[in-house]
Design a protein around this ligand. Structure first.
Ligand SMILES: Cc1ncc(C[n+]2csc(CCOP(=O)(O)OP(=O)(O)O)c2C)c(N)n1
Ligand SMILES: [Mg+2]
Length: 298
C-alpha cells in the first residue's frame, strides 16, 4: 500500500479504496479511447484490458509521487507493452503526473505523448519502451541497481501476453530469478490476443504459470479486472522474499467497450470515428458533459 494513504489523513476502507480505483480505471479507459480518437490511430484493445491494473498500481500499490518524480526512493514502473501508452498517459493524467487535456494530444507532432512512451519527453516515465520484450530486461536492471544501492524501492513491469513470445522476456525472467530479485513484480495482461489473432493460433503460451514457476518465480493467477484481488496479490508479491513475483492477470481485450471486446481488429492501428468514440465513451459510463469534454478539445 502506498504512502499516499498512510500520510494523508485516515486510510480509506477497502470498499472506499476499491471504489476510488474503479473510478480511476473508468477514467483511464475513457481518456485512452478519447486520445486514440484524436490521434486517428493507436491501440485501444490493450489499453482497455490493462486499465484496472494501472489503477491499482498507481492509485494504491506504488510509492510514486507527481511532485517527486526523481526521488531515488520511488518505486519504478516499466510499461514493457509500450503500445498501451494511452493507458499510461491516462493514468498519469488521473494521478497528477501530467495534464489530462495535454495528454489527449496523443501521437501529434511535437507532443510529448507519442505512440510509445519516451523517457526524454515525459520525465515521469521511467524508460522508453515499444520494442516488445525489452522493457522486462530494463526492469531487471533497475531492480539489480536498486539492490546494489540499498534502496528499498520496488520495480513493477507490465507485459502483454503476445509479448511473451519474445525470447528476451524469458532471458530476463531467468536472470531475475537467478538474482533472487524479490523487489521485482511482473504483471502480465493476459488478454489472450495479440495483433492479428489469438495467441493460441499464433504461438501457444500455456502452461504459462508452470513456465514461470519453472523459471523460479512466485506465481499467482488472478482476475485482472477484480480490484480487491489485484490489490491483494500485489501486496502478497511485496511480501515475497528471495524470488521475483509475477501476476498472470486474466483480462479481456477491449474491456468495457462491447464492440471491441475480444475482437482482434481493435488491437491497434485503428481510426475511431466520432460515432464509434461516442458509443465507446457511453458504454464506459461517461456522462454527456464528459463525452463533450473528451471529444471536443480546443
Ligand atoms: C519487437 C516487436 N515486434 C513487433 C511489434 C509490433 N507489435 C506491437 S503490439 C504487438 C502485439 C502485442 O500483443 P500483446 O503483447 O498481447 O499486447 P496486448 O494484447 O496487451 O495489446 C505487436 C506484434 C513490436 N512493438 N515490437
Ligand atoms: Mg495480448
Amino acid at each position: 500500500m502506498n504512502q499516499k494513504f498512510q500520510t494523508v489523513s485516515a486510510q480509506p476502507s477497502p470498499a472506499m479504496l476499491a471504489e476510488k480505483l474503479a473510478e480511476a480505471a473508468r477514467f483511464i479507459r475513457c481518456h485512452s479511447v478519447a486520445s486514440i480518437f484524436h490521434a486517428g490511430s493507436g491501440h485501444p484493445g490493450g489499453a482497455l484490458s490493462s486499465a484496472d491494473l494501472f489503477a491499482c498500481l498507481y492509485g494504491a500499490e506504488m510509492n510514486v509521487w507527481p511532485n517527486a518524480i526523481h526521488d531515488p526512493s520511488r518505486d519504478r514502473f516499466v510499461l514493457s507493452k509500450g503500445h498501451a501508452a494511452p493507458a499510461l498517459y491516462a493514468t498519469g493524467a488521473h494521478f497528477g503526473f501530467c495534464d489530462a487535456k495535454a495528454a489527449l494530444a496523443l501521437r501529434k507532432l511535437n507532443s510529448p505523448f507519442q505512440g510509445h512512451p519516451h523517457v526524454l519527453d515525459l520525465p515521469w516515465v521511467e524508460t522508453s519502451t515499444g520494442s516488445l520484450g525489452q522493457g522486462m530486461s530494463v526492469a531487471v536492471g533497475m531492480a539489480i541497481g536498486l539492490r546494489l544501492q540499498k534502496i528499498p524501492a520496488r520495480v513493477y513491469t507490465m507485459l502483454g501476453d503476445g509479448e511473451l513470445q519474445e525470447g528476451e522476456a524469458w532471458e530476463a525472467a531467468m536472470s531475475a530469478a537467478h538474482h533472487k530479485l524479490d523487489n521485482l513484480c511482473a504483471v502480465i495482461d493476459y488478454n489472450k490476443l495479440q495483433s492479428d489473432n489469438c495467441n493460441d493460433a499464433i504461438m501457444r503460451l500455456e502452461p504459462l504459470a508452470d513456465k514461470w514457476r519453472a523459471f523460479g518465480w512466485s506465481v499467482a493467477e488472478i482476475d485482472g479486472h477484480n480490484i480487491p484481488e489485484i490489490l491483494d496479490h500485489l501486496g502478497r508479491a511485496g511480501a515475497t522474499r528471495e524470488k521475483p513475483s509475477v501476476l498472470i492477470a486474466h483480462t479481456i481485450k477491449g474491456k468495457g467497450v462491447p464492440y471491441m471486446e475480444n475482437i482482434p481488429t481493435w488491437h491497434g492501428s485503428v481510426k475511431l470515428t466520432p460515432a464509434q468514440t461516442e458509443e465507446a465513451l457511453t458504454a464506459l459510463g461517461a456522462s454527456a458533459d464528459e463525452i463533450k469534454g473528451f471529444m471536443h478539445v480546443s
